[in-house]
Design a protein around this ligand. Structure first.
Ligand SMILES: [Fe+2]
Length: 305
């Protein structure tokens, strides 16, 4: 079943935007412990949700989009009023509060702040998150025993050249369309992807890993990244990964994140990526190129249905 493009968008009611604006100044800063939002901070943030019927409606809508087995596995929160009205600092904190209602904020990368800035760097491999080219479909931190449950990207500055469209696709439905033989090949632990260092809260390195771990979507992952394909030999395992990539591309959704759009992806069911940015990035000053902020969430009691 295909849903209309607008159904994954979640506007924030004005009353909720005002409430977050009133509360955000006095709420504690998002301090971390072991890479996760501290428990006392999380409780303070959750008290705001508990007193707001509008917040609870938004949270239910997001949980349905993210966790419903027949849903898309992602949501786009329209958070631009938070940045517009409260500025980038308090707006970022308000977005953290909002996300903490869906899961426990997780930094994962030791060397970066909770929100990792993803600017546009023309000097690196274009397929990387901060590159300017096509960033093919993948889940984040694919080579960990416990990849983040949710991956979130807040668009602070869209590509001024009008491109860099986001792409997402449903992993579980794509796997269902494969043959038994292809699924058997993908269940073998023979796949590799990149390095693993300076990470906290995502388990240990999983290398080699199986693409299919045989666990249900609430627990397991489809460890897919198209970024591993260029380094693979021509063999039946590679053919099976390519077959999965074909199915993902066949059903992928493409849309543009605008200023303040906050996409949240359930990594247990959904891959994400980015189409190439527009031509002529060299002529755009670095501080005006596309900028996203990235954060992860660990599913916890906060996401219990
Ligand atoms: Fe990613």
């Amino acid at each position: 079943m295909t849903t209309a493009p607008s159904t994954f968008r979640v506007p924030l009611p004005d009353t909720l935007v005002e409430l977050l604006g009133r509360k955000v100044i006095d709420l504690p800063a998002p301090g971390l412990e072991g890479g996760l939002l501290r428990g006392d901070v999380h409780m303070a943030y959750d008290r705001v949700r508990a007193e707001s019927p509008e917040a609870q409606i938004v949270v239910h809508r997001c949980r349905d989009l993210l966790n419903d087995p027949h849903g898309d596995g992602f949501a786009v929160l329209e958070a631009s009023p938070l940045l517009d009205r409260y500025g980038l600092d308090d707006g970022q904190k308000a977005a953290t509060v909002l996300l903490s209602w869906l899961g426990v904020p997780l930094r994962a990368f030791d060397r970066w702040p909770l929100w990792k800035p993803l600017g546009t760097n023309l000097a690196i491999d274009p397929m990387r998150a901060t590159g300017a080219g096509h960033n093919p479909l993948h889940i984040d931190v694919v080579n960990a025993t416990e990849p983040p449950d949710y991956s979130a990207l807040l668009c602070v500055r869209p590509d001024p050249r009008g491109e860099g469209y986001s792409i997402v696709s449903h992993l579980r439905r794509a796997v269902d369309r494969l043959s038994d033989d292809e699924r058997a090949l993908l269940a073998e632990p023979v796949f590799h992807d990149g390095a693993f260092y300076d990470l906290t809260g995502v388990g240990t390195e999983f290398d080699p890993f199986p693409v299919l771990d045989g666990l249900p979507p609430t627990k397991g992952f489809v460890r897919f990244t198209a970024k591993m394909l260029p380094g693979m030999d021509l063999d039946p395992h590679t053919s099976a990964v390519r077959a999965l990539e074909r199915e993902l591309i066949a059903e992928q959704r493409t849309f543009r994140l605008g200023f303040g759009d906050l996409i949240v992806v359930n990594q247990h069911v959904c891959v994400h990526g980015r189409e190439a940015l527009g031509e002529g990035q060299e002529e755009v000053p670095k501080e005006r190129r596309r900028l996203l902020w990235q954060m992860f969430l660990r599913a916890g009691e906060a996401v219990a249905r």
